[in-house]
Ligand binder design. Structure first.
Ligand code: TEU
Length: 555
């Protein structure tokens, strides 16, 4: 199979289906809703969609708990709806990548229902069952969502491993039958014509079989299951037996991953994945990569994180993102403003991120500068993670005010509020009360308004995407951080032969007179993009207004 590496030219838009568009007035987004917005996506300029899970699921973790990998969750629609959506996407030159969640299934998956029945059930070994230590779990491993990673099952007097919720038992990848079943799932979707997969927590599949207790500060045991002993063998096998036969792409969600790990997952001729998501830049405002442990933001740390991957991921290809369904919204984050300078901030952040080397991922609503949810109480927050973390933090006796702040700040529901299409009661997302509260700011942050306003974030995103498409330099040019130590300004260059693009961003709410170095003579450069009008470039200074971004080119 010839691989065209189309993903290097892709601009990917992530749809979180339950919050995107409801077509039948049940307050829950669906596939016909997505179909009705494909022209909107085409106009935006994206050429690929990553669809978060739409498979049958009890929705304990909003679809990341799958009970049937080859069917559609009825509130999302039917398989016919899915087929039509795929056809309509392809007709518009939009590819589709699906979410592949195979570290765990739902506890209501038929495999698990069988598995828990008895110790000699043929499906017992599809999951990881162990004897406890007296009344205690087999070891001290903890869940990503807080609390223990094991669940006791009375019927057979054993514990099963679940690194996420108790409704998400981990599959036993040591069992060759599990691996064969996953291959069938991949083939099922690829044969339908889907173009690839975003692979959920893919670096957790292989568990160290000694199941020894861990001494990590947080997520105890993680060194036994993050980038575990057989992970590369498993992925290589999936790739060579299925993925390699299609012109498809894979992007792995890989937390706690070093550059060397990245090379192993997505390096040249490794035949595992095409690229990975790293979370270094989304960890700069917390301690140990744990968002509940908030830390003061420093621009130099953000630059360090980007520089590390731009310089270091030599054999691989980067994914460029600042939002997804697990992160809070980007406006208001990274020292930017979600109020006075919301528009400027959103445009600046997108430009800073998407003109780097790699494939851009835009999360739904980011293109209109949607902000964090405006939840009035924890009861309005649905996400399972927020509630288990709340319990865990309470047990740790952290101050109440800290817990509250940390939960509102970190809850994943911040990014999951219904898409704001217009200023009507339910933001044009639905005609009925939606599953999660619509943000009140829908009155002025919405697609309808953004389409009219020439200066909207949406119209800027269109220009930015168009600019990327027309400038091969952004795909191939060499990245160089021109002033890594500057505390307010991020200035980097993309260069190839005699051509150069320079992207300059002010991460502060003050006007800054940025002094250029001797070798930075931009007199003959043209301003190609900016979130302000009329920036004048002096031979020795650039004046940057609050959150201003300027993109210069020498030809
Ligand atoms: O997320 C994996 C993951 O690492 C998250 O637990 C992350 O640390 C957390 O969301 C930060 O708050 C993936 C999916 O993206 C997420 O939505 C799922 O809940 C999770 O896997 C389990 O499938």
């Amino acid at each position: 199979m010839k691989h065209t590496n189309w993903y290097k030219d892709a601009v990917i838009y992530q749809i979180y289906p339950r919050s995107f568009k409801d077509s039948n007035g049940d307050g829950f987004g669906d596939i016909p809703g997505i179909i009705s917005k494909l022209d909107y996506l085409k106009e935006l300029g994206v050429n690929c969609v990553w669809l978060s899970p739409v498979y049958n699921s009890p929705q304990a973790d909003n679809g990341y708990d799958i009970s049937d990998y080859c069917s559609i969750y009825p509130p999302f629609g039917t398989m016919d709806d899915f087929d039509l959506m795929l056809k309509e996407m392809h007709k518009r030159g939009i590819r589709l990548i699906m979410d592949l969640v195979v570290n765990h299934t739902s506890s209501e998956h038929p495999w698990f229902i069988e598995s828990r029945k008895s110790k000699d059930n043929p499906y017992r070994d599809f999951y990881i069952w162990k004897k406890g230590k007296g009344k205690n779990p087999p070891n001290n491993w903890t869940s990503f969502f807080g609390g223990k990673a094991w669940e006791y099952d009375e019927l057979t007097d054993e514990w099963y491993l679940r690194i996420f919720t108790k409704e998400q038992p981990d599959l036993n990848w040591e069992n060759p039958k599990v691996r064969e079943e996953v291959k069938k799932i991949l083939k099922f979707w690829l044969d339908k014509g889907v173009d690839g997969f975003r692979c959920d927590v893919i670096n957790l599949l292989s568990k160290d079989q000694s199941f020894k207790s861990g001494h990590e500060l947080l997520v105890k045991g993680s060194s036994s299951f993050v980038n575990g002993p057989r992970i590369h063998e498993f992925l290589n096998n999936l790739n060579l037996s299925v993925l390699d036969n299609y012109d498809c792409m894979t992007v792995g969600e890989t937390c706690f991953t070093t550059l060397e790990d990245a090379r192993m997952y997505a390096g040249k001729d490794r035949h595992e994945l095409n690229m990975i998501f790293n979370f270094d830049h989304t960890s700069v405002d917390n301690y140990l990569g744990v968002k509940w442990l908030m830390r003061k933001f420093k621009l130099v740390n953000l630059k360090k994180a980007f520089d590390k991957w731009q310089y270091g991921n030599k054999e691989g290809w980067n994914s460029l993102f600042i939002e997804n369904h697990d992160q809070r919204r980007s406006v208001g984050r990274f020292n930017t403003s979600s109020t006075t300078y919301r528009k400027e901030s959103s445009k600046m952040l997108a430009t800073m991120c998407y003109l780097q080397k790699g494939t851009p991922f835009i999360y739904q609503g980011q293109e209109i500068g949607m902000t964090n949810g405006d939840f009035a109480s924890l009861d309005e927050i649905q996400d399972t993670e927020t509630h288990t973390i709340n319990e865990t933090m309470k047990k740790m006796h952290l101050p109440k005010s800290y817990i509250k702040k940390s939960l509102y700040n970190g809850t994943r529901d911040n990014a999951r509020t219904p898409m704001q299409w217009d200023d009507s009661k339910y933001a044009g997302f639905s005609t009925k009360i939606p599953w999660l509260k619509v943000n009140e700011n829908k009155s002025f942050i919405n697609v309808k308004e953004s389409l009219i306003d020439e200066n909207s974030i949406l119209n800027y995103f269109k220009k930015l995407i168009e600019f990327r498409k027309n400038e091969p330099l952004i795909k191939d040019g060499v990245y160089l951080d021109l002033d890594p130590k500057n505390k307010n300004v991020y200035i980097y260059s993309r260069k190839k032969d005699n051509e150069e693009i320079v992207c300059i961003s002010n991460f502060s709410d003050r006007t800054i007179k940025y002094k250029l170095k001797k070798n930075q003579n931009y007199k003959d450069y043209q301003i190609k993009l900016s979130n302000y009008q009329n920036n004048e470039i002096d031979s020795s200074f650039i004046t940057l207004k609050p959150y201003e971004v300027v993109v210069l080119k020498n030809k």
